[in-house]
Design a protein around this ligand. Structure first.
Ligand code: ZN
Ligand code: ZN
Ligand code: ZN
Length: 242
């Protein structure tokens, strides 16, 4: 959970970002499910549960992505380094041709550096077979570092209304809703103290249910936000086939 929380924390600070992304961890463990199917599945679930969220994409990673948080590394060296430093992965990939190797395990891109630590988050594409091997590993060695890893999808948060699933350019709300206090002003103009924070997503959930079910005394970037956790848990429970 390390990556998820650190990225989310960074996300909370990026109040001026328009397309700040939240990483949600899912476990697409069923072999042969590609990112499009996973995305569609998640969209279906979100619709069914009337969740105020949406899934943009999992980039075009065909077998589900893997994220690893580690020190800054030469990107071209990453895969070879991982193969040589992790015996189980090395053993599985031994004797495969260059072409086979790249269909099994490929570096794709990195995410923006997390300002709160020196680590960088790298994203890989890998085969379901290799994914099953990695599922059994707590960490992956890169260089001399044992790195946390996770699966990911992107969920977009609107900078204007602070709801999940769309960018501000596509926002249908007529006014800004503050991500800190939920009132009608831009998040960056908020003058409220932390004790006055109120989460727009939890507040809206309560108003739909006409009951104070969720605590609202947090910002909408808070990693402990129940609205966000509910979405994440539903996604995980539907996609984690193991
Ligand atoms: Zn919006
Ligand atoms: Zn505010
Ligand atoms: Zn909340």
């Amino acid at each position: 959970m390390k990556i998820y929380s650190s990225v989310l924390r960074t996300n909370g600070k990026q109040l001026d970002g328009n397309t700040s992304k939240i990483l949600v961890i899912i476990k697409p463990k069923k072999s042969g499910i590609n990112s499009k199917q996973t995305t569609n599945e998640v969209k279906k679930i979100a619709k069914k549960y009337k969740l105020n969220t949406g899934v943009k994409s999992i980039k075009d990673i065909s077998n589900g992505g893997l994220i690893i948080d580690c020190n800054n590394k030469e990107e071209s060296e990453l895969v070879n380094d991982i193969i040589s430093k992790n015996k189980v992965i090395g053993d599985y990939l031994k004797g495969k041709s260059e072409a086979q190797l790249s269909s099994e395990f490929k570096f794709r891109f990195h995410l923006r550096r997390n300002s709160s630590n020196q680590n960088k988050t790298y994203v890989f594409e890998l085969s379901p077979q290799l994914k099953q091997i990695i599922n059994k590993m707590q960490t992956i060695n890169i260089g001399w570092q044992a790195c946390a890893w996770n699966d990911f999808i992107h969920i977009i948060r609107c900078f204007k209304c602070n709801k999940f699933g769309h960018k501000s350019a596509d926002c249908k709300e007529s006014h800004d809703s503050c991500g800190l206090c939920s009132e009608s002003h831009k998040t960056k103009d908020c003058k409220k103290q932390e004790s006055e924070h109120c989460c727009i997503n939890c507040k809206q959930f309560n108003s739909i249910k006409q009951q104070a079910i969720l605590a609202t005394n947090h910002s909408s970037f808070d990693k402990s936000c129940e609205s966000f956790k509910r979405i994440k848990n539903i996604i995980i429970s539907k996609i984690d086939y193991d």
